[in-house]
Design a protein around this ligand. Structure first.
Ligand code: PMP
Length: 431
C-alpha cells in the first residue's frame, strides 16, 4: 500500500524531485531544519495562502503544519500582509531601537501578566538558551531540569533527552551534559524524586504546558503546580516554555488558566506573526539580572545580542497578528471547537485503534501498540506505532492533498473550516 503512495507521490511531484536533487547537492540532507526531510523527498513549495501550500508542480495541499504551528491566522492573512507591505516601504531592518517593538511589547505585557520585562530574539531557541542562562545566573546554580521528550530548540543546553529513550543528547560536541537532568511529564512523584536528588544545584526547571514535539500532550495542572511548588521552595526558577502554547488557545498564555506563577516565560511562533521571533519575558527582578548598566560581568547575565533581534518586520507582523487576536474571541472559539471536533471524529474513525491527543486547535493521532492505553508522557507516545503515523501522513500528502509534516502534530488555523476537517477525517478513514 505504501509503495503505491510513493509511486503516486513521485508521479505528481516531478519538479520537486529534480529541485530537491539540487538541494541535496547544496545542503546537508537537502534541508536546513532536520525535521523537514521525509522520504522519498519533501515537496518544494512555491507559494502559500490561507490554509493552502502550493508546490512547484502546482499541487495544492491543505496545510496542518502551518509554518511549524506559527500561523494561527493561516498563511499570508491580509491584515498582516498589509502591515508588512507598509513596513517594507519604510525599510525592513533598522538595527536600532524602533517604535514597532514598543507597540508589540505593550500588547504582550498586557496579555501576559508575568511579562514585566521583555527581551526579543529571532528564534525560540535563543529565548530558551537565555532563559537557562538567566536561571543559572540568578541562582548561582548549574543544573537545569527538563522533561523527557521536551523540545526547546537546538541550543546545546537543552538537546538532551529529546527522543526515546531520553538518555542522550541529540548531538555530539555538547559539553557539560551532566548539568541537564530529565523528568517524566505528568508524574509528580517520580519528577520530585529526581529533582530532590539534584536540589542543591538546581537552577531551574523548564517545561511546556502542552508537550508539543514530545507528542502533543497537555500537562495536568496539579503536575505543573507541584513542580512550581518544588522550584519555589528550592530557590530554583520555574520556567514555562510557551513558544507553542502562547496565544494558541486564548489571547495570552496558558499558565494563568492553570493559576501558575512562573518566573520566566518564553514565547515565539504566533507572536511573530510568521516572521522570525523569540521572546524571553518575566518578573522584573529576575529579568533585571540581565541589565548591563552598572553591573560587574560576574554579577549579571548576558542576554541580548543578535543582529536581527527586534527587527521592525517581525515586530510589525507580530503586532498586527496580536491585534487581530486581541479581538479574536470568535477565532479562538472556532479553532478550539474544530480541534475538539477533529479529535472526536478521528478517534471514531480509527475505531479505538488510536488515541488522539492535544488541546484546542492542536492535535496528534497516536497509533496504539505495545499495550499502550493512555498517553500522558513522551515515553508512551514513543511506544506507539510511529511508522504508522508517518505512513498515514504520507498517504494524505500523496493521495489527498493534505499536509501534515510526517510524524508531527497538526495545527488548525483560522483559515480552516469544518469542511476541511471533515475531508481530513474522511481521508483518515480511508487509510
Ligand atoms: N520551544 C518549543 C516548545 C518549541 O516547540 C520550539 C520549536 N518547535 C522551540 C522552543 C524552538 O523554537 P525555534 O524553532 O523558533 O528556535
Amino acid at each position: 500500500m505504501v509503495l503505491d503512495y510513493i509511486k503516486k507521490y513521485k508521479e505528481k511531484t516531478r519538479k520537486s524531485s529534480s529541485l530537491f536533487a539540487k538541494s541535496l547537492k547544496l545542503h546537508v540532507n537537502g534541508v536546513s531544519h532536520n525535521i523537514r526531510y521525509y522520504a522519498p523527498y519533501p515537496f518544494v513549495v512555491k507559494s502559500s495562502s490561507g490554509k493552502n501550500l502550493v508546490d512547484v508542480d502546482d499541487n495544492n495541499y491543505t496545510d496542518y503544519w502551518m509554518g511549524h504551528w506559527s500561523l494561527i491566522l493561516g498563511h499570508a492573512p491580509s491584515k498582516v500582509k498589509d502591515s508588512l507591505r507598509k513596513q517594507i516601504e519604510k525599510g525592513w531592518m533598522y538595527g536600532t531601537v524602533n517604535e514597532q517593538t514598543i507597540l508589540l511589547s505593550e500588547l504582550i505585557a498586557k496579555a501576559v501578566p508575568v511579562a514585566e520585562k521583555i527581551r526579543y530574539v529571532t528564534s525560540g531557541t535563543e529565548a530558551t538558551m537565555y532563559a537557562v542562562r538567566l536561571a543559572r545566573s540568578v541562582t548561582g546554580k548549574k543544573i537545569i531540569a527538563k522533561i523527557d521528550g521536551g523540545w526547546h530548540g537546538y541550543t546545546s543546553d537543552l538537546l538532551k533527552s529529546v527522543n526515546w529513550p531520553f538518555t542522550e543528547s541529540e548531538s555530539s560536541g555538547v559539553v557539560n551534559e551532566e548539568e541537564i537532568v530529565s523528568i517524566p511529564y505528568n508524574d509528580l512523584e517520580k519528577s520530585v524524586e529526581i529533582l530532590k536528588k539534584h536540589s542543591k544545584d538546581l537552577a531551574g526547571v523548564i517545561i511546556e504546558p502542552v508537550l508539543g514535539g514530545g507528542g502533543c500532550i497537555p500537562a495536568e495542572s496539579d503536575y505543573l503546580k507541584g513542580i512550581q511548588e518544588f522550584c519555589k521552595k528550592n530557590d530554583s526558577l520555574f520556567i514555562l516554555d510557551e513558544i507553542v502554547t502562547g496565544f494558541r488557545f486564548r489571547y495570552g498564555c496558558l499558565y494563568p488558566t492553570m493559576k501558575l506563577d512562573p518566573d520566566i516565560v518564553t514565547l515565539g511562533k504566533i507572536v511573530g506573526g510568521g516572521m522570525a521571533i523569540g521572546v524571553m519575558c518575566g518578573k522584573k527582578e529576575i529579568m533585571e539580572y540581565s541589565n548591563t548598566t552598572g553591573k560587574k560581568k560576574s554579577e549579571r547575565s548576558y542576554v541580548g545580542g543578535g543582529t536581527f533581534s527586534a527587527n521592525p518586520s517581525s515586530m510589525t507582523t507580530g503586532y498586527s497578528t496580536l491585534s487581530v487576536l486581541k479581538n479574536g474571541k470568535a477565532i479562538y472559539s472556532k479553532i478550539n471547537d474544530l480541534g475538539d471536533y477533529a479529535r472526536k471524529e478521528l478517534s471514531k474513525s480509527f475505531d479505538g485503534k488510536v488515541i488522539v491527543t492535544g488541546k484546542g486547535s492542536l492535535f496528534m493521532t497516536h497509533f496504539l501498540k505495545n499495550e499502550i492505553t493512555k498517553i500522558v508522557n513522551a515515553a508512551q507516545a514513543s511506544m506507539c506505532d510511529v511508522k504508522a503515523l508517518h505512513d498515514y501522513h504520507f498517504k494524505m500528502i500523496a493521495h489527498d492533498g493534505i499536509f501534515f509534516l510526517p510524524g508531527k502534530l497538526g495545527a488548525i488555523s483560522n483559515a480552516h473550516s469544518k469542511e476541511d476537517i471533515k475531508k481530513m477525517v474522511l481521508a483518515s478513514e480511508k487509510f
